[in-house]
Design a protein around this ligand. Structure first.
Ligand code: SF4
Ligand code: SF4
Length: 164
């Protein structure tokens, strides 16, 4: 639970997951921002107006999945590393994820890496499709994972790497 250990509950996560119909239509952001803090880079970053802030900037952002095309610009702008993009239309039984990544060294496109869930537990493997480095912004990793893993995977570990 967020208030106790900083992790979102299944109900929290379900509430921000775009509908199955929207997910079937292609890439879309998933905004896992659950705490009320004064923050708005995501809204400023979105070129399509899909993210807006309530009048009170301390309230959580409001997301319109029908305006989102999954471009991923917001992923690298969120200081809380709370935004992800999922694309279930990527392949048969394969989804494409775009995740923020601030560790070094970076993986390389084509690498097979260990896929981690929100708590850092290994849940399978992922293939790095693209490493999108951005000047003065958080790197965005594009990962191919099985569709069944797409709502669980939120980080990676490089092969052979043991992270404390
Ligand atoms: S993925 Fe692109 S279109 Fe969607 S909310 Fe983020 S910046 Fe906006
Ligand atoms: S930038 Fe990130 S942490 Fe800040 S309001 Fe947007 S989603 Fe939440």
């Amino acid at each position: 639970m967020l208030a106790i250990d900083g992790t979102a509950t299944a109900e929290d996560l379900q509430a921000v997951l775009p509908t199955p119909d929207r997910r079937r239509r292609g890439a879309v952001a998933v905004i896992e921002c659950f705490q009320e803090i004064p923050c708005n880079p995501c809204a400023d970053a979105c070129p399509r107006g899909a993210i807006t802030m309530p009048e009170n900037i301390s309230q959580r952002p409001v997301f319109d999945p029908d305006k989102c095309n999954g471009c991923g610009v917001c992923v690298g702008r969120c200081p809380g590393l709370a935004i992800f993009v999922v694309d279930y239309s990527y392949g048969e039984d394969t989804a494409l994820l775009k995740i923020p990544y601030e560790f070094r060294p970076l993986p390389q496109a084509g690498d097979s890496v260990t896929a981690l869930d929100r708590q850092g537990a290994a849940v399978g493997s992922a293939r790095v499709v693209k490493v999108q480095e951005q000047k003065n912004r958080t790197t965005i990793l594009w990962l191919a994972v099985t569709a069944a893993m797409a709502t669980a995977v939120r980080n990676i570990r490089l092969s052979g790497e043991v992270r404390a």
